[in-house]
Design a binder for this molecule. Structure first.
Ligand code: FES
Length: 144
């Protein structure tokens, strides 16, 4: 039956990513052997879902919502601010390993747009000032 392993595979990939922060090539090879799934198929699945990462991620993964309500409520301004402030483009991780920046689709907080996620936790009604304060707080946490 086509795709019968897909839900299980997604759970396995989530588990690996939760433990390691990303899904390494070595982990994909191990899953391929254990689950008897061609590595090319695994790679296709990992690349299809934007929630999976094949490279090490920053301590803080920032995901700015790129769906209409947020974009129309200054989401693009926040995106540009974040890129400039962190010194990366969407999809990249800062050199100091603190931040990875992504764009995500709607996170269900449209009534409090613009919204973003930081390590999966939603932050809403964002402004450049609020983002500035958050980044300052997150950078301080590095010293702990
Ligand atoms: S459009 Fe951004 S949270 Fe829904």
């Amino acid at each position: 039956m086509k795709g019968k392993n897909t839900p299980l595979l997604i759970n396995i990939l989530h588990e690996v990513q939760d433990k390691q922060g990303y899904i390494s090539e070595q982990a994909l090879k191990k899953i391929s052997v254990e689950q008897n799934i061609p590595i090319s198929r695994l790679f296709g699945v990992v690349k299809f879902y934007t929630m999976f990462h094949t490279e090490p991620q920053g301590k803080y993964v920032l995901e700015i919502c790129g769906s209409p309500s947020c974009v129309l409520n200054n989401g693009m301004k926040l995106e540009k601010f974040l890129e400039n402030e962190i010194g990366v483009r969407i999809g990249e991780t800062s050199k100091d390993g603190m931040f990875s920046l992504y764009k995500t689709s709607c996170i269900g907080c449209c009534d409090e747009a613009p919204a973003m996620l930081i390590n999966g936790k939603p932050y809403t009604n964002m402004t450049v000032e609020r983002v500035k304060l958050l980044l300052k707080k997150l950078r301080k946490s590095k010293k702990k």
